[in-house]
Design a protein around this ligand. Structure first.
Ligand code: NAD
Ligand code: GLY
Length: 350
């Protein structure tokens, strides 16, 4: 009998490349003759499908309807069925072309199919390039809880091309900026860069310029803590509140809820010893990207939903990753009642 051990380091072998012209050159090159099965959403496929087909020559394609509402087990299993019907083999590659929804569902299908096949992420939204395509978190929403069912499955390769931003609606740019502001709340150099460029945050050239820095920041966190045993929890900053409102309301995009969550949790931190001056600047950045604040669901409902969040360790408690000082975060645990009180108090000031 032989025995083997696979360390996390051995598992984590993702390569991330920021490169223009991925559809014509980088993707066919990366496949290196292996068979590709492309997964996308209907919107992205309508925009880029012909180019993919021209570049790959052949390959099976499966699309899902666009949007978070379809990040479901049904979509996952219809993809798995299409992969099986196409006779996809263990040595073939699943290419996920799209935003974070396609990446999360496709990544989970790659983790499950034949107990794990290679996956190449080709993120087409700003959010997916700076965040979701990097780090191997995959999931679908289930039983009314966001990302309840998922797996860690590192993509073999991420190909991030800023050329995709040309067709992104302004709202999706704002959505990506939500996760960029989150990174800035954790990284002082990024925070300074965003503040210094507050006038051109949505400028495509500026965005192309900051994508690699954001990827480098996230990749460094993941490299040190791929399975979220400790440090990686920092990437949940603002997300407990964001997820609660996203599940209750759902009219905004994920990144917009992240901006709202970061804003509110910065206020919570300021009331508990955080650096008030810095946290006010961070809130100003959130507001600058978000524009006017939408009306939010009732605090009691948000607190109830937040108690279901998988980040919580004890019943009736809410765990938050809050910004605290420049480049510093804290984990804070509030009772459901305290959290509801904070949401009501802050809600009155918006
Ligand atoms: P999305 O995938 O729904 O894409 C947003 C919209 O933009 C969709 O309608 C899509 O069709 C369209 N689109 C995509 N690329 C386009 C392009 N180049 N031009 C024009 N339209 C384009 O949303 P998203 O914001 O990319 O991702 C959000 C998801 O990511 C959420 O489900 C969130 O939970 C997940 N997420 C995952 C992680 C992770 O670590 N796995 C991190 C952050 C967010
Ligand atoms: N977006 C949170 C994480 O990747 O850990």
């Amino acid at each position: 009998m032989k025995s083997f051990s696979v360390t996390e380091k051995g598992v984590y072998t993702s390569r991330i490349v920021c490169r223009r012209n991925v559809l014509h050159s980088a993707l066919p090159q990366a496949l290196g003759g292996r068979k590709a099965f492309v997964f996308s959403d209907e919107r992205v496929w309508g925009l880029y499908g012909k180019r993919v087909l021209r570049a790959l020559g052949e390959g099976n394609v499966h699309t899902m309807p666009a949007g978070e509402a379809h990040k479901t087990p049904e979509t996952l299993f219809s993809l798995l069925a299409a992969m099986a019907q196409a006779g996809m083999h263990r040595s073939d590659v699943l290419v996920c072309l799209g935003g974070g929804v396609v990446g999360d569902v496709g990544g989970l299908a790659a983790a499950l199919y034949m107990r794990g096949i290679a996956c190449i992420q080709v993120p087409t939204t700003l959010l997916a390039q700076v965040d979701s395509s990097v780090g191997g978190k995959t999931a679908v929403d289930f039983c009314g809880i966001k990302n309840l069912v998922g797996a860690f499955h590192q993509p073999a390769l991420v190909l991030a091309d800023p050329a995709f931003f040309k067709t992104l609606p302004a709202r999706e740019v704002r959505c990506g900026l939500g996760e960029i502001v989150k990174h800035a709340a954790l990284s002082a150099p990024l925070f300074d860069k965003l503040e210094a460029n507050a006038e051109r945050l949505t400028d495509l050239a500026f965005l192309a310029d900051i994508v690699p820095e954001n990827i480098a920041f996230k990749a460094d966190v993941v490299r040190r803590d791929a399975r979220e045993a400790g440090l990686r929890k920092c990437l949940n900053l603002g997300h407990t509140t964001a997820h609660a409102y996203e599940l209750l309301d759902g009219t905004l995009s994920h990144g917009e809820y992240v901006l709202i969550g970061t804003y509110i949790e910065a206020e919570i931190a300021a009331a508990r010893g955080g650096d008030a001056e810095y946290l006010a600047r961070l809130r100003a950045l959130c507001r600058a990207v978000l524009g006017t604040f939408p009306s939010l669901p009732a605090a009691a409902d948000a607190a109830r939903v937040a108690c279901l969040d998988k980040k919580n360790t004890r019943q009736g408690r809410v765990v938050l990753t809050v910004p605290f000082r420049r480049g510093e975060f804290r984990l804070m645990e509030l009772s459901a009642g305290e959290y509801e009180g904070e949401l009501s108090r802050i809600g009155r000031t918006l």
